[in-house]
Design a binder for this molecule. Sequence first.
Ligand code: AMP
Ligand code: MN
Ligand code: MN
Ligand code: MN
Length: 290
Amino acid sequence: MANSAGTLPSVIDLHSHSDRSDGALSPSALIRRAADRGVRAIALTDHDTVDGMADAETEARLHGLQLVAGVEISVTWSGRTLHVVGLGIDPCHSALIEGLARVRGGRMQRARAMDARLHAAGISGVLNGALALAANPEMVSRTHFARHLVSIGACKDMGAAFRRYLGEGKPAYVRHTWASLPEAIDWIKSAGGVSVLAHPGRYGLRRARMQTLFAEFGRLGGAAVEVVSGSHTREQTRLVADLSIECGLLASAGSDFHGAEESWLDIGQLPSLPEGCMPVWHDARLALPH
Ligand code: AMP
Ligand code: MN
Ligand code: MN
Ligand code: MN
């Protein structure tokens, strides 16, 4: 395959989820799906856990697919939630493992508070319903709440569940403090990985504010930003590409696949990086084909 910045070498997808966090597929089923679609290298980047890595690795070997060990850490920055993806991490590194355990620790308490708010809004038993859908109860997430709300007919689809109840500022939204940005980057760094700011287009930041974030992210040791993401519009991709080049950050690309009917893009179905971007997969720490 071509090796220019504008073309993905083979097929590389550096952002995906299994049911160890809020994805719909088991780690093995996710890897099988990637292999079926011709993906050559995939990063499993579950939210706040590396639990799925061993199963994913076993399955990846069977298919001759390269697995990049990854994670997507929930971060609170300047009063908002950001996601930082770590790529090429050692999933057994103690500082990372302990940090992730702490971040996961607050989820159940937040879920109870969300449940109480939904109860007050007239919908009962949502926490139990969400937990029934979560393979790992410690990782109960708004995605599980949304799936349950759709399954009982309270919302027509996942998007509606977030617009009506679960999104920021909506009746069941509960503020939560996750890891700090320096902590997340430090954990990833000590585990030998590369820090990537996930889907910067999703944070509602104007250009100047995004630039401030990128500069701070770079100063703290962040290496790349996700330019191509399943959740970006064309305009967001363009803006993030321009700012990544301006700030000297590498560019990543990932579908952010969660499940067949739920995701913007299927695994590996990614547009090319815009001209001028420097692909993160050229970073030697990821040991990916150029
Ligand atoms: P949590 O970490 O529990 O706050 O849940 C965040 C997750 O909710 C994200 O990782 C997405 O998978 C999902 N999510 C957020 N907004 C939406 C949306 N508008 N539609 C569908 N899923 C969403
Ligand atoms: Mn998610
Ligand atoms: Mn995310
Ligand atoms: Mn994600």
